[in-house]
Design a protein around this ligand. Structure first.
Ligand code: KIV
Ligand code: NA
Length: 258
């Protein structure tokens, strides 16, 4: 049975950890889904890991839709969530409805994710969830605000920590079904996880979140440099390099094809 947002919330109640990873194309999505990953996120990090941009800011809604549709075709079981890219939802509630609606209608994704939990964003989330568009929130380090925040850990002062807790709670009240907590202290993430009836999905937020997410390209060792909280589970860069070297040599030596 395909994963639903209701199931995700039930897993929090049962304290069953929620496995989340990113995907940017059909081939990767199929593998993650066949392994049984719970949530597959078409993260706008694909702007960096798949398209070579310096930040997530340049990617367009059309590009996200193109990738999300490919991912969706590879997924039978997992919940598919698609990031709304920078400036596709911040302008107005109607812009957010238009963008999120396009994602759901044109890709078949189950939900959208957007960054920030300040009052204006909570209002946007409330409108989206009211009209039947499931929303995953994202607070702490929000990479679409890189020009203000950099990629530093957030929530290290009491004031900042209190603000992030308020934002996460406002997203819950606005109807979000889960919230990503990125690069914040583990004790703050634990506190938010305890206060929120909806699941927290952590990245660089310690072990006490209801689920974990990583950028799949980082986990697979496809990126040159990873954030400090990443664990690299495979070195695909090395595997691919070796395979391409072997092929090149065999073509030059006239050993392939035989
Ligand atoms: O774009 C992304 O990959 C993300 C995750 C890191 C949560 O937003
Ligand atoms: Na993202």
């Amino acid at each position: 049975m395909a994963v639903t947002t209701g199931q995700i919330i039930k897993w929090k109640q049962q304290q069953r950890p929620i496995v989340t990873l990113t995907a940017w194309d059909y081939a990767i999505a199929r593998i993650l889904d066949e392994v049984g990953v719970d949530i597959i996120l078409v993260g706008d990090s694909l702007a960096m890991v798949a398209l070579g941009h310096e930040t997530t800011l340049p990617i367009s809604l059309d590009e996200m839709i193109h990738h999300a549709a490919a991912v969706r075709r590879g997924v039978k079981h997992a919940l598919v969530v698609c990031d709304l890219p920078f400036l596709s939802y911040q302008e107005s509630i109607s812009q957010a409805i238009h963008s999120a609606g396009r994602v759901l209608k044109e890709t078949g994704a189950n939900a959208v994710k957007l960054e920030g939990g300040h009052p204006a964003m909570a209002e946007t989330v409330a409108r989206l969830t009211t009209i039947g568009i499931p929303v995953m929130g994202h607070v702490g380090l929000t990479p679409q605000s890189v020009h203000q925040l950099g990629y530093k850990k957030q929530g290290k002062t009491d004031n900042e920590a209190a603000r992030i807790l308020d934002e996460a709670y406002a997203l819950y009240q606005a109807g979000a079904f889960a919230v990503v907590l990125e690069h914040i202290p583990a004790d703050l993430a634990a506190l938010i996880t305890n206060k929120l009836p909806i699941p927290t999905i952590g990245i660089g937020a310690g072990p006490d979140c209801d689920g974990q997410v990583l950028v799949t390209a980082d986990l697979l060792g496809l990126t040159d440099k990873q954030p400090p909280f990443v664990k690299v589970y495979a070195n695909l860069r090395e595997v691919i390099t070796q395979a391409v070297q072997n092929y090149s040599q065999e073509v030059r030596d006239k050993k392939f094809p035989i």
